[in-house]
Write a protein that binds this ligand. Structure first.
Ligand SMILES: NC(=O)C1=CN([C@@H]2O[C@H](COP(=O)(O)OP(=O)(O)OC[C@H]3O[C@@H](n4cnc5c(N)ncnc54)[C@H](O)[C@@H]3O)[C@@H](O)[C@H]2O)C=CC1
Ligand SMILES: O=C(O)C(=O)Cc1ccc(O)cc1
Length: 304
């Protein structure tokens, strides 16, 4: 056991997965939960999520050793303000938000003396949401980035690291600005591209007579899975990681125009070289053992 009492605020996919994984690892004496939505709290009780589901934030966090905010990024500041007077001195306050700079700025002004704030981001998820969506294996062999803002108590940091490792994750530390740029490249912009592509297909539905759905190939299906992700969560991600996302989108559109021009000019060499370079990146990820779901791409041949 790492913490006596752990409280999850927001009982969606990530919080419910933490509850299952912490139970599996025997990491907490008692697990409490709270959600603003009556329906989420009722569902959590119905499926026996955690030990106690509370009807107020104050009750949920009072006396807790670890409090994790697993609400949409845009709600973090308001929740922090509400729980601040009820946090136990010496408690660890963390979160799971997909954006870190904005969360640090929103939470820090409300932090009471003696509470250790250590933002975190598990790089694991699905397109599903709500208390029923969680499962204990979600974090197995996935990264969890700890993003300590400024001076952080080493013991508090070690405890949170052990908690995430106990849930199966590999833990690394990163600073908030760097985190937001990296995630803009690897997660936020790709999600926006998926939303756009599915939107374009939907606009063309009448022209293509629903054939995009009927004959959708694996690439488009992957886009539709990602574009089915929670609208509130992703609205908040883009509005709170505005700068980094716009920077990466600018680079993306420049590259897209370059490829567009190559197609128009029948510049096969440019396209071939570009796709050869990107294929090597995919192989690098697989060779580094970072994609456990991926099929073996090592045996194919390259034709020109
Ligand atoms: N879904 C994913 O794949 C991942 C999400 N995250 C981050 O984790 C956080 C939670 O995401 P999910 O679990 O997927 O979301 P979710 O949509 O499944 O659950 C969020 C829950 O928070 C509740 N909530 C909203 N405002 C609240 C408030 N003021 N007080 C209490 N509860 C409130 C909602 O009712 C909902 O039940 C987000 O910040 C997200 O960016 C991080 C990694 C992966
Ligand atoms: O489902 C997917 O493909 C994801 O990319 C999951 C995910 C979504 C948001 C995050 O901040 C981290 C991971």
């Amino acid at each position: 056991m790492i913490y006596g009492t752990v409280t999850l605020v927001g009982l969606g996919l990530i919080a419910s997965s933490i509850i299952h994984a912490a139970k599996r690892g025997g990491l907490a004496g008692e697990i409490r939960g709270y959600d603003l939505s009556d329906e989420a709290r009722a569902t959590a009780r119905e499926i026996g999520l955690g030990d106690v589901i509370c009807d107020s934030l104050a009750e949920a966090v009072s006396g807790a050793d670890l409090v994790i905010l697993a609400v949409p990024v845009g709600a973090m500041g308001q929740v922090a303000e509400e729980i601040a007077p009820h946090l136990k001195p010496g408690a660890v306050l963390s979160d799971t938000g997909s954006v870190k700079g904005a969360v640090v700025r929103a939470v820090e002004p409300h932090l009471p003396e003696g509470v250790h704030f250590i933002p975190a981001h598990p790089l694991a998820g699905t397109e599903h949401s709500g208390p029923r969506a969680g499962f204990a294996e979600l974090f197995d062999n996935r990264w969890c980035l700890l993003v300590p803002a400024g001076e952080t108590d080493p013991q508090a940091l070690a405890g949170l690291r052990a908690f995430w490792e106990g849930m199966g994750a590999h833990v690394e530390e990163m600073d908030p600005e760097h985190h937001d740029l990296v995630l803009a490249v690897t997660s936020h912009t790709p999600h926006l591209i998926a939303y756009t592509m599915v939107g374009v297909a939907d606009d063309l539905r009448r022209v293509t007579d629903s054939e995009v759905i009927k004959y959708s190939a694996a690439g488009f299906r992957d886009f539709t899975r990602i574009a089915a992700s929670d609208p509130t969560m992703w609205r908040d991600v883009f509005l709170s990681n505005k700068e980094a996302t716009l920077t990466i989108l600018q680079r993306f559109t420049e590259e897209l125009f370059r490829l567009q021009r190559a197609i128009r000019r029948d510049d096969g060499d440019l396209l071939f070289d570009y796709f050869t370079r990107t294929r090597a990146i995919r192989r690098g990820i697989i060779e580094a053992g970072q994609d456990t779901d991926a099929p073996d791409f090592g045996r194919g041949t390259t034709r020109k």
